[in-house]
Write a protein that binds this ligand. Structure first.
Ligand code: SAM
Ligand code: SF4
Length: 357
């Protein structure tokens, strides 16, 4: 049983953001002059898949009592929104396996209606989208990122270990039917899906989907797997794709770190997230919160701040505001990810599923 929330409808749904005095709304600007406008929140570290680059098959998850309740997650997100966060992405683990997660979407959607939030969205493996796509669309969610590394059902089973390909496909179709724009996120994996990227680009074109390719990042112990075996530099992928596709650089920005090109043959966008071959930290506008309320100022560094303690210190948001401001004041310049022969282990001990992708 989820300790999250006994009465989901007790979450504020149409209440105005709390405590809107001007001092409580100071924008979050880090020491390098970057304004923080994008928050990613991992609502659970659990997942119904075990992707080989993300998790070991045997995972020890956090005891549920350590998780922020759904009310606490709402309060925390609301504090960031008050301080100028305009884009909010819920992720995980798999966000849609957290019990009652729709009550959190429902309550946060009030910030869309008030105009305080420009975008509320999620990154999902798609396994539960058939159930939730319509409600998400009704709440004002406009787009979702669905992670899909292959179109081959056997390869899908090998990559995700526990995933059901048909369920994910049905989820993507349900999202489209509900009017959600779907972007496919695919991690480029050497010797696994690199021979399939043309087919995926063509399929995205046929289905009206944008796609983003992601370099595998050295995060967390993944059991027997070797990162160097998985790592495929996207600079190489782009060169290779350019031999068959016309890729035109475009200035589009999704709010995240991807750089985009238009695939002229399909008219769809293709993004590249290249933390290793091309560091994008200079324009970083993001911070991340884990499901236990730890604020990570950088995906690739260990420094963090305990917002759960600040949340629980008082019913009013003074300590929380102070903890957020103090943490943003030490956001580092960038990450130190490297994957090469001397660096095959994790750069940070936590898994991507802790801070969310
Ligand atoms: N479960 C959801 C999903 O898979 O979309 C959300 C969480 S998942 C951690 C978010 C994204 O991170 C996914 O697109 C996944 O492929 C990516 N990811 C996970 N581990 C990664 C790693 N070590 N390097 C690069 N991307 C990773
Ligand atoms: Fe789960 Fe997403 Fe990690 Fe795959 S990438 S194991 S779906 S959290």
């Amino acid at each position: 049983m989820d300790i999250g929330i006994a009465h989901p409808h007790a979450l504020p749904v149409d209440a105005a953001p709390m405590g809107l005095a001007a001092a409580d709304r100071a924008p979050l600007v880090d020491p390098f002059g970057r304004t923080i406008s994008y928050l990613r929140v991992s609502v659970t570290d659990r997942c119904d898949f075990r992707c080989v680059y993300c998790m070991a098959e045997e995972m020890t998850f956090l005891p549920k009592v350590e998780l922020l309740t759904l009310e606490e997650l709402d309060r925390l997100c609301t504090a960031f929104i008050r301080h100028g966060v305009r884009k909010l992405r819920l992720t995980g683990g798999e966000p849609l396996v957290r019990r009652n997660v729709m009550s959190l979407f429902r309550s946060l959607s009030r910030h869309l209606r008030s105009g305080a939030l420009e975008e509320l969205t999620l990154t999902t493996n798609g396994s539960q989208l058939s159930r939730f796509a319509h409600e998400l669309a009704d709440l004002g969610i406009r787009r979702v990122n669905v992670s899909l590394d292959t179109l081959d059902p056997d390869r899908f089973a090998a990559i995700t270990r526990w995933g059901k390909f048909d369920k994910v496909m049905a989820g993507i179709r349900a999202a489209q039917a509900a009017g959600l724009a779907v972007k496919i996120n695919a991690v480029a994996l050497k010797g696994v899906n690199d021979g399939e990227l043309d087919r995926m680009l063509a399929w995205c074109g046929e289905e009206g989907l944008d796609m983003t390719l992601i370099e595998v990042m050295p995060m967390g112990d993944i059991g027997g797997e070797d990162r160097l075996d998985q790592y495929l530099p996207l600079s190489q992928v782009r060169r290779d794709l350019s031999e068959r596709w016309t890729l035109t650089d475009i200035p589009y920005k999704s709010g995240g770190p991807a750089r985009y090109v238009r695939v002229e043959e399909t008219g769809r966008m293709l993004g590249f997230i290249t933390p290793l071959t091309h560091n994008f930290c200079e324009s970083c506008n993001r911070v991340r919160v884990t499901c236990t309320g730890q604020l990570y100022m950088c995906l690739g560094q260990d420094d963090h701040a305990d917002l759960r303690a600040a949340l629980r210190a008082a019913d009013e948001d003074g300590p929380l505001d102070a903890a957020i401001a103090e943490a943003i004041g030490r956001k580092p310049k960038g990450h130190d990810f490297v994957i090469d022969r001397d660096n095959t282990g994790p750069a940070v001990a936590r898994h991507m599923s802790v801070t969310g992708g």
